[in-house]
Design a protein around this ligand. Structure first.
Ligand code: IVH
Length: 667
């Protein structure tokens, strides 16, 4: 028996080493036949002695583990993103700012990989978890899929406990192959390497992820001091020694000229790389310097991301179509011959209003140039008039609403045209906007403009459509402004809203006279929707605060077959129909409000404060805007406090917070 265990360990070692040599070092040491022979031997042993089969075994690289949902994981150190810069001046300003702080910096230039960031944890050299960045504070556990990425070591070359971060990406050739296979199967093609990688890593079944042949570049060590490391470049070397795939392009440079040379070199080489990059990351090398420079709430002050210039491409403007907003506002949209810009297909671009089109002198049939930077909305730059053939058609503004046909009006001194018909079906969207709004189902990311867009595009025509938005995933990613990350966030927010307590759904349904307070009263009293729906007008009137009109409204609402059908559909979609009040605590001072905590509060850490606020239905966020309700101000609060005061936002000092929390029994 002991021999079996030893043999399993031995085979694991041979196979992991072979993987490392093949995938990380690109230097095969054994033949494919030998590899297969060892792998089969290991498979047989693991099958016979499952008690010795590790989840990290080389046999698991092909996947097999299936999870039923993604578990959230909190990052001990937040996963920050980087501030973008777009030109040489901004790079010089970054360097000057650092020099002004009294430093003589050296930098490390790295390629900015177009994938998604990942955090990997190891205990005593053994892989334990992999997580996505998520919102930077809480990510998702993708361990089962990370195990299938061949360049992620399952055992490090030293038995250290460590977290490293880097990028998961899909190589260009892999994407091309995958799209070829998808085409054969009549499946829609994946737009670009980043979307493909993100989609692959979010698979519940790790077999699917395994087939996607994902790869990694590791570029960040969050706790370098724990390993006696003094510079970022050393950290990169150290991670390489541990067995991670570290990009050979990384370069230590001494000055701006060398940074610019690096950028120039890789701008040229970009097309020849086997993976997508969208810029160059510039990091201060010295870790003490990094520490002294510190962080803003979103970014490190010691690194920037230079983004390659937006790509401009030519395509044909095949038509201009019009959409109607909730207020009746008409927006012209360019219909374009599909064209790939910055890795994603562009088919539409907003043309804002009539004047915009007239100023640009666009004609239907024109060859136009389109510009798009990263996830930013694509825009029509100009018409290539020299390419005109004479067959182009002049643009004529419509005079009637494309939805209801009523005449359009333009208010004096305004650029927009409006449909004035209050009954125009385009306005049905009002109820849908209410459904997702903050006090109703509170679906973050479905603001008014987006709902208008989705309505006009036919994605959301009714409430259940909101919960079918997933089926338009690919379309959403292609759409202007909806990047992969925002689509993921949006779909998550929609999914999460299914777990709302009953009062939110009751309010969201828009039953005449049911405001959020009444909704809460009804939810508390009747506990679930079926119970409420079964009550007669008379029974409802028994409740204090429910008068005859409201009782009639409620009874009629639930008697209507259309509404019964809607509720039936929502139930099938998995929406919670019960009151969950016991779980969400109550406080009028907190519930539904947006909070920003800034500065140091002496009696409690920020995380804990935010989590208590959330428990009472508050929404903590990191930046102050006009939407913020309360700013909690601790010691050394700084610019957020100033901004809050400028905007006239309610401010709680430490004393006030303490008294609110004390009343709630939280301190
Ligand atoms: S460093 C605190 N290095 O770009 C350090 N990021 O815009 C944070 N990225 O979220 C990241 N290549 O997903 C770093 N060589 C590189 C990178 C890189 C790609 C991504 C990463 C990050 C985003 C920031």
């Amino acid at each position: 028996m002991e021999n079996v265990q030893e043999r399993i360990q031995e085979l694991t070692k041979i196979l992991e080493e072979a993987n490392y040599n093949y995938y990380v070092l690109d230097n095969p040491t054994i033949t494919d036949q030998e590899f297969d022979k060892y792998l089969r031997e290991l498979e047989v042993l693991e099958e016979k002695y499952p008690e010795y089969a590790s989840l990290n075994s080389p046999t698991k690289r092909v996947g097999g583990q299936v999870i039923d949902k993604f578990v959230k994981l909190r990052h001990q150190i937040p996963m920050l993103s980087l501030p973008d810069v777009f030109n040489e001046d901004e790079i010089r300003a970054f360097d000057e700012r650092i020099r002004k702080s009294g430093f003589e910096p050296q930098y490390v230039c790295e390629l900015k990989i177009d994938g998604l960031s990942v955090s990997l944890h190891y205990d005593d050299g053994v892989f334990v978890t992999g997580a996505t960045r998520g919102d930077g504070v809480v990510g998702e556990d993708i361990t089962h899929n990370v195990r299938t990425i061949k360049t992620v070591p399952m055992r490090l070359r030293k038995p250290v406990s460590i977290e490293v971060r880097g990028e998961i990406y899909m190589g260009r050739e892999t994407l091309a192959k995958l799209n070829y296979e998808r085409e054969q199967l009549h499946l829609p093609k994946l737009q670009n390497c980043r979307n493909a990688a993100a989609g692959s890593i979010r698979q519940l079944d790790s077999k699917v992820a395994a087939q996607r042949n994902l790869d990694t570049w590791i570029y960040h060590l969050p706790n370098p001091l724990d390993y006696g490391i003094k510079t970022h470049f050393e950290a990169l070397e150290y991670m390489k020694k541990l067995g991670f795939k570290v990009n050979p392009a990384n370069r230590l440079v001494k000055n701006i000229d060398e940074i610019l040379a690096f950028i120039h070199e890789y701008h040229e080489k970009r097309a020849t790389l086997s993976y997508d990059i969208d810029g160059v990351v510039i990091k201060v090398n010295d870790l003490q310097m990094q520490q002294a420079l510190g962080y803003t709430s979103k970014y490190p002050r010691w690194a920037i991301a230079y983004k390659f210039p937006a790509e401009e491409v030519l395509t044909k403007l095949t038509d201009i179509i019009f959409t109607v907003g909730r207020t009746g506002r008409i927006t012209p949209n360019a219909v374009l011959e599909p064209v790939i810009v910055m890795g994603s297909t562009v088919k539409r671009a907003t043309l804002h209003n009539e004047d915009y089109i007239v100023e640009k002198g666009l004609k239907i049939g024109d060859i136009v140039s389109i510009r798009k930077a990263g996830d930013v909305i694509p825009e029509v730059v100009e018409a290539k008039t020299e390419r005109r053939t004479g067959s182009e058609k002049d643009f004529v503004m419509i005079t009637k609403c494309p939805i209801c046909g009523s005449p359009l009006q333009k208010k004096p001194n305004q650029v927009d045209h409006y449909c004035m018909n209050e009954e125009c079906p385009a306005r049905h969207i009002e109820g849908l906007i209410h459904f997702v709004s903050r006090h109703a189902m509170n679906i973050d990311g479905l603001g008014e403009r987006i709902m208008e867009d989705f309505f006009n595009l036919g994605f959301i025509k009714s409430i259940p459509d909101i919960y079918h938005l997933e089926s338009h995933r690919e379309d959403l990613i292609e759409l202007e402004g909806y990047g992969n990350k925002s689509v993921d966030n949006l779909l998550d927010a929609i999914e999460n809203s299914k777990r709302n307590s009953l009062e939110r759904l009751l309010f969201a349904l828009g039953i005449g006279g049911i405001g959020d307070k009444t909704a809460l009263l009804l939810a508390r009293t009747f506990k679930n929707l079926d119970n409420l729906a079964s009550k007669t007008k008379e029974e409802l009137q028994q409740i204090k605060d429910i008068g005859p009109i409201l009782a009639q409204n409620i009874a009629s609402y639930f008697a209507d077959e259309k509404n019964q059908d809607l509720i039936h559909q929502l139930k099938d979609l998995g929406l919670n129909m019960s009151y969950l009040g016991e779980e969400i605590k109550e406080s009028d001072l907190i519930s539904g409000k947006r909070f920003v905590v800034t500065g140091t509060i002496s009696f409690m850490g920020r995380d804990e404060i935010e989590s208590i606020l959330s428990n009472y239905g508050g929404h903590p966020s990191s930046s102050v805007s006009s939407k913020t309700d309360v700013v909690i101000v601790g010691e050394k609060a700084g610019s957020k406090e100033t901004k809050a005061r400028e905007l006239g936002i309610e401010i709680w000092d430490e004393e006030k917070l303490y008294s609110v929390f004390k009343d709630l029994g939280e301190v």
